[in-house]
Design a protein around this ligand. Structure first.
Ligand SMILES: [Zn+2]
Ligand SMILES: [Zn+2]
Length: 310
């Protein structure tokens, strides 16, 4: 966190030593109050969208009550996820022919309106396809989200968790597909057999394998190797962001995030037990519900190497 020195008009100066950049609030900060990032500016002082906001291609319908607040919560979770990607030096820009990343925040059709043109109900599914991450804005409602969490038997269901999961699918396309697929298959299983649709049907018909906890970070990860990668990638970001923040607030010694996976995990396990106990003390859910077994640690190690290599 840094102070902003007013420098006349709408522009301010960053007070960081050696920076002193002239900056201006992101357009969505200045006018919509759904962002808190700034952008550097040339002398005209125009409010542009920041690098987080410019990735959002579809925003919720702001004529619907509550959607502005839902949008703000979605952007907040997205910025937190992007901040971790920056910590990891993991690029999410679309230069050099890389898969462009974008976000669509959409709501289900409202019952009682005329939505005849939406054949098949037009229900919005949270997911990733070709660089486009879609989030159903219902996930920004804490009551809805908790209801879904219990129905699905999940230990944790959070907005930032959705972003960390979906960006895992994005990086599978960018870093694994056609590059390190054989190593991926040896750890996560063959993603071509059974195919995704078949695996999904089987998962919802039969549930997870009885010994899923030995091999997977969550039940859902056992559905298909792609979901396993996304869930493990999300857990990896949990590890990195928790260690970074815990180091900054003085709970632990600052952590070198490029250290060996085993060292990161052992610090994270000690921290995880502590924060779980603190949450239980206050009657809250465990923020670190998963148990990292040897098989899971190998997958985390693969992801750590993949990220460092990128
Ligand atoms: Zn912004
Ligand atoms: Zn997924």
């Amino acid at each position: 966190m840094t102070a902003l020195d007013p420098s006349g008009g709408d522009t301010v100066q960053c007070s960081c030593t050696g920076c002193r950049s002239t900056i201006v609030k992101c357009k969505n900060y200045a006018f919509e109050k759904v962002c808190n990032w700034c952008v550097t500016t040339d002398s005209d002082g125009q409010n542009q969208l920041c690098r987080s906001c410019e990735l959002t291609n579809v925003i919720p319908d702001l004529s619907v009550e509550g959607n502005k607040q839902r949008w703000a919560k979605l952007e907040e979770a997205k910025r937190r996820m992007l901040y971790t990607l920056d910590l990891l030096n993991l690029s999410f820009d679309s230069q050099n022919g890389q898969l462009p990343l974008s976000f669509e925040f959409k709501g289900d059709p409202i019952v009682g309106h005329n939505w005849h043109h939406l054949a098949g109900g037009g229900q919005v599914f949270t997911g990733h396809a070709n660089g486009v991450i879609t989030i159903n804005i219902q996930e920004a409602d804490s009551v809805q989200r908790e209801q879904t969490r219990i129905q699905m038997g999940e230990d944790l269901r959070t907005l930032v968790g959705h972003f960390r999961h979906e960006i895992g699918h994005y990086y599978w396309e960018r870093l694994v597909a056609g590059r390190s697929e054989s190593e991926f298959v040896s750890l996560f299983g063959d993603h071509t057999n059974p195919g995704y649709a078949e695996a999904k049907d089987a998962y919802y018909a039969n549930g997870p394998a009885v010994d899923w906890e030995q091999h997977y970070v969550t039940k859902y990860a056992s559905m298909h190797p792609w979901e396993d990668f996304a869930e493990t990638f999300a857990a990896y970001q949990d590890i990195i962001s928790m260690l970074d923040t815990a180091g900054h607030v003085g709970l632990i010694e600052p952590v070198d995030l490029t250290a060996q996976t085993s060292s990161l995990i052992s610090t994270y396990q000690r921290l995880g037990m502590a924060v779980n106990e603190l949450n239980r003390e206050m009657g809250l859910l465990d923020p670190v519900p998963f148990v990292l077994t040897g098989a899971i640690n190998q997958k985390v190690d693969f992801i750590h190497a993949l990220v460092r290599g990128a």
